[in-house]
Design a protein around this ligand. Structure first.
Ligand code: PLP
Length: 452
């Protein structure tokens, strides 16, 4: 760090401040974790200096032997860990992984007769009129994914995301009464819409998904089943999601991030059936430029770590902790969406306490607890203010915490939420800062408990 400080003390100070912040706050953001030192060291080094566009042994640059070995090893570990036929470890993020998967599915499934046999080097030879037709055909395909307010991700067709411009987008939602997915309704919708892609996966859904059933629906309407397991990849890797709850045997294409429950570096990954391998190998030039060799090395380290028996125990404990924490909050009078959780996260309806998610998020951060506000299904407060909190246990489980600590954390969360006094009307005060009051006594006692 002193090396960094010699160049820019500001950045060195921010890194130290972030270390301090992460050590003095409870990290309950469902999409965050603590990666190992081995992961961080594999990522922070000279590999960042190498270009390697293309895929292993098929590069547009010279001198890629070492990156070939790194990428091939990471992909092999990924296939072994998940039991996948093919892995691409290049995406820089979960959003990139989805973009790569979308284009690979479009390229594989949408018939463009005059392109057949042309080969990649002859793509430039098609006429302007053919190019226009190609773009129209690709742009008119249908995507059916989980609605943003039901826990779907922005990249699953949210209006302001590029996915909504690439596809003719439709969405399915959770049942309004139960907050749970209803497969018969999804099937009915799919039969009407006949999408090219049926997309399953979430950022904020506290239950398991039956991927066997989703595949049956996809097969019935001739759709490709794509699963985005960004949030729960660690639970799949650790064997918690088995049988029909494991997406790998059922989905044609699976995407994920590597930094959430999987506990690796910030990045993405695509797993697929062999049928999609050729198109995915063309991630560059489809949507990518050069891969990040240092991050692929760190992904290999994380995947190897996830192959260990300890990781299985870790994955199980994440879920046990989430269930204990949800039960602790419920016991103290907080409303848990769907009444509990099957995975690493759960949602609290704080609107029931007369506050917005944003007020609760800010007050809890002041009190030493870092988590994020989240829209709830059919949320009247929208995606900025929100009615909910999303709470996840991957990071605190990495710290070695168990059910007893979860009960203590539930006590902190409940006492803060109960004591937030909203200053009305928050929405009239504009988007800059949440408006509320929290007693100094609550603040200091919560901070003290967090440090302990
Ligand atoms: N997919 C899902 C389900 C996610 O929850 C996220 C991130 O939260 C992403 C994709 C995007 O990942 P990234 O932030 O790495 O682009």
């Amino acid at each position: 760090l002193s090396q960094v400080a010699m160049v820019t003390p500001e950045i060195a100070r921010s890194i130290v401040a972030e270390l301090e912040a992460q050590r003095t706050h409870l990290k309950l953001i469902a999409s965050e974790n603590f990666s190992s030192l081995s992961v961080q060291l594999a990522m922070g080094n000279l590999l960042t200096d190498k270009y390697a566009e293309g895929f292993p042994y098929h590069r547009f640059y010279a001198g890629c032997e070492n990156v070939d070995a790194i990428e091939e090893t990471a992909a092999r570990y990924a296939c072994e860990l998940f039991g996948a036929e093919y892995a691409n470890v290049q995406p820089h993020s979960g959003a990139d992984a989805n973009l790569m998967a979308f284009w690979a599915i479009l390229s594989t499934k949408v018939e463009v007769p005059y392109l057949e046999g042309l080969g990649e080097t002859n793509l430039y030879k098609i006429t302007d009129a053919q190019w226009k037709e190609l773009k129209e055909r690709l742009g008119n395909q249908r995507l059916l994914g989980l609605d943003y307010y039901s826990g779907g991700h922005l990249t699953h067709g949210y209006r302001y995301n590029v996915s909504a411009r690439m596809f003719d987008v439709y969405s399915y939602a959770v049942n309004k009464e139960t907050g749970i997915l209803d497969y018969d309704t999804i099937e009915k919708q799919a039969m009407e819409i006949k999408p090219l892609i049926l997309l399953a996966g979430y950022s904020a859904y506290p239950r398991k998904i039956n991927f066997k059933r989703m595949r049956e629906i996809a097969d019935k309407v001739g759709a490709v089943l794509m699963v985005d397991m960004a949030h729960f990849a660690g639970l799949v890797a650790g064997g918690v999601f088995e049988g029909e709850y494991n997406p790998i045997p059922y989905a044609h294409v699976v995407t994920t991030t590597t930094h959430k429950t999987l506990r690796g570096p910030r990045g993405g990954l695509v797993l697929a059936k062999k049928e999609f391998a050729d198109a995915l190998d063309k991630g560059c030039p489809l949507v990518m430029g050069g891969p990040l060799p240092h991050v692929m090395a760190a992904k290999a380290v994380a995947l190897k770590e996830a192959l260990s028996p300890e990781f299985k125990k870790y994955a199980r404990q994440i879920v046990q902790n989430a269930q204990a924490l949800a039960a602790g909050c419920q016991k103290r009078g907080l409303e848990i969406v769907t009444g509990g959780t099957d995975n690493h996260l759960f949602l609290i309806n704080v609107a029931r306490k007369g506050i917005t998610g944003r007020q609760a998020e800010s007050a809890l951060r002041e009190c030493g607890v870092t988590l994020n506000r989240n829209s709830l299904p059919y949320d009247p407060n929208g995606p900025w203010y929100t009615s909910g909190l999303r709470i996840g246990t991957p990071a605190v489980t990495t710290l070695g915490m168990r059910e007893n600590e979860m009960d203590e954390i539930a006590e902190i969360i409940a006492s803060v939420v109960e004591n937030i006094k909203p200053l009305f009307s928050e929405k009239d005060n504009g988007p800059s800062k949440a408006k509320y009051e929290i007693a100094e006594k609550i603040k200091t006692s919560s901070q003290q408990k967090v440090i302990e």
